[in-house]
Design a protein around this ligand. Structure first.
Ligand code: ACO
Ligand code: LMR
Length: 265
């Protein structure tokens, strides 16, 4: 019989060979219908299934809420400096995206991992916090540079409210809020931040819809899907900052001398 030549690439998320492009088997004419939101497209291309509407809308809400947080944050600052150095849109965007990591915007997967592991191991919030401290590690998803218990992050409030209304399980959020209660005794800014809130709410979402098996949930967390929400969402704001600088024809940026302590001998 016929023997298929071995292929160099295997792809499982889309097909562009027929008359109509499909995303995980769904033709784009269907995807473009009004009821499909961007969260559904992420459902098809990342999670490889049509998510229930409340889940797609939750993803979309995450994208909207992290789209921008002003010109002063790491990502926007890099993008602005690059745009003012005359770099093109993609370079300016990428310059900002490259700051996303364990301290800024990229703590979502690790917060899901750490909180899931703590619950799996039946750790009390105190055991989790003090255990991490003894290893010299920070808890991903806890802490903020400017937001605090006295200046709450509205994004976190909105996310929690959505989950309360639409999710059937809030086990991970509740645990994270107990951890927050403990860390707030140490310092006022050790809140459950927006990365941490998305991380634990996603765990609750995965457990509240019966679309995913235990093995699939483990894979989602192990592979690390969730920082992608910040990357996609914040790209919207970073592109905005690059265009803003170009529109205003801003000159090359140079950091002021008086903001640097020259401490060499
Ligand atoms: N877990 C435990 N202790 C912490 C944490 C944390 N996540 N964050 C701060 N602390 C404590 C530590 O004792 C720290 O002292 P150390 O420097 O000796 O470790 C002390 O608070 C002061 O820390 P600062 O560096 O002053 O905290 P800062 O306010 O500058 O940092 C930051 C804010 C970077 C967000 C920090 O809290 C952190 O690393 N958090 C974990 C990563 C994270 O979740 N990042 C996402 C933030 S949200 C976003 O980017 C969209
Ligand atoms: C952000 O969304 O960029 C942040 O929460 C980080 C910050 O410092 O505001």
């Amino acid at each position: 019989g016929k023997v298929r030549k071995p292929t160099s690439i295997i792809s499982t998320i889309c097909d562009d060979r027929g008359d109509e492009l499909t995303y995980n088997g769904v033709p784009i004419s269907e995807v473009c219908k009004e009821e499909y939101v961007l969260g559904d497209v992420i459902g098809l291309l990342w999670f490889k299934r049509k998510l229930p509407s409340y889940a797609s809308r939750f993803i979309e809400m995450c994208l909207k809420l992290v789209a921008d947080h002003g010109p002063c944050v790491s990502g926007a600052h890099n993008t602005i400096v690059a745009a003012r150095a005359g770099k093109d849109l993609v370079s300016s965007l990428v310059s900002g995206l490259l700051t996303i990591g364990p301290r800024f915007g990229g703590a979502i997967d690790d917060s899901a991992r750490v909180f899931k592991d703590a619950i799996d191991r039946n750790l009390t919030p105190e055991q989790l916090v003090e255990g991490m401290k003894s290893k010299g590690k920070r808890i991903p998803g806890i802490g903020h540079l400017i937001k605090s218990a006295d200046d709450i992050d509205k994004r976190v409030v909105i996310l929690k409210q959505y989950a309360k209304t639409h999710f059937s399980s809030s086990k991970y959020l509740e645990y994270a809020l107990e951890v927050e209660k403990y860390t707030l005794q140490k310092a006022n800014n050790l809140i459950l931040n927006v990365d941490g809130c998305i991380g634990v709410l996603f765990l609750d979402l995965l457990h509240s819809c019966d679309l995913f098996t235990k093995e699939e949930i483990k894979e989602i967390i192990d592979v690390g899907y969730l920082n992608g929400f910040f990357v996609v969402g914040r790209s919207i704001g970073l592109i905005g900052h690059a265009l803003d600088q170009k529109r205003m024809r801003q000159p090359l940026y140079r950091h002021p001398y008086d903001d640097v302590l020259y401490a060499s001998d």
